[in-house]
Design a protein around this ligand. Sequence first.
Ligand code: CAA
Length: 386
Amino acid sequence: MKIGIDKIGFYAPHFFVDMEKLAETRGVDPAKYTIGIGQEKMAVAPITQDAVTLAANAALRIIDEEDLAKIDLVIFGTESGIDNSKSGAVYVHDLLGIQEHARCIELKQACYGATAGIQLAKGHVALNPESRVLVLGSDISRYGIGTAGEVTQGAGAVAMVISAEPRILALENESSYLTADVMDFWRPIYSETAFVDGKYSNEQYISFFVNVWEDFKVKYGATLADFEAICFHLPYTKMGIKALREVLDEGSEADRERLLAHYQTSTVYNKIVGNIYTGSLYLSLLSLLELSDDLKAGDKIGLFSYGSGAVGEFFAATLQDGFKEALAAAEHGKMFAERKEVTVKEYEDIFSHVLPVDGSSIELDVDADPATICIEGMDYNKRIYL
Ligand code: CAA
């Protein structure tokens, strides 16, 4: 029985800031941001978008009436959720109109949440082959204005339908995972912004990748030659290549060329969106699948997921017949083209303009946001969605 990704959609808020202009304002050589970090544009979420609305807008792109009737599990991976009690999945379930006999939960393990969701969804579909599972990875990444992490912020969501007989990617049972208690990146519940030990987080990311790849090779007798491409969690697009380079010399010249070329394709969307935490690996996968012209059914893709704190996983998936037709490249291209650039000052104002935390009511200008689903306001500590 094949189980895997049947549909995948992406949504980014309609604002972005240009990284060269951000660098100039911060007194940094723009090449540090565009080459050293590898980011060109950073998605900026207006006050009318949060992790819930981004996820719902991403899901709207892919689900149809049959999905609404058949989805019986919604898994919401996020590390910028809106409530410490109620899951974002319950809001999305309602906003989309999914049938009521469904389980809805939120999963947290930093950027690993959506991968955990996919693996749990796989088990659910194995036991219930008629089921469809909606897995969401949605986040707004915030380090703070003028911090070292600022250049690695972003906002957006990926939505995936996991089912039997998937049209895009079948998840193989081959997987290696690792957990270790490390303080590389964290966000205490009282803080709106993340704390990070930047260099240490890079080292941990690489060390987790090398560890799970070694384990994967031993467990399954795998080599780099088995993979047409490897996609990485991309907090910024230079991160994945640092990890890939650690193992590239195990392969032939052809392996190196193929994996490096596909790595570049897998970073195009992430370069113009930034870090979307839980969704970043799947945005990279989307970039690879939608923009490559040499991938074919049967090709094996490796996926490396990393969630600080930390959990890492390397797993394998196989491209399915007709996968290109199941993607929405034109729609995603249109969404990117229609985004609006904001100045660095405007981005700073948007960043600082947050919803009230004192229970006061507020009405927001939803006409200023082209998204279908928005936050309309707040009333007595409740977010009102439109
Ligand atoms: N031209 C070209 N390149 C330049 C340059 C210039 N003028 N100036 C500097 N660079 C290069 C540097 O040489 C360096 O390259 P290498 O990494 O290849 O050595 C790169 O630009 C970055 O420079 P610095 O290391 O000096 O940058 P920094 O001290 O400002 O910090 C950072 C970079 C650690 C990534 C920081 O942005 C940060 O803390 N980000 C958040 C944490 C993060 O994303 N960690 C990733 C792993 S954890 C994870 O994956 C989970 C997650 O999502 C958060």
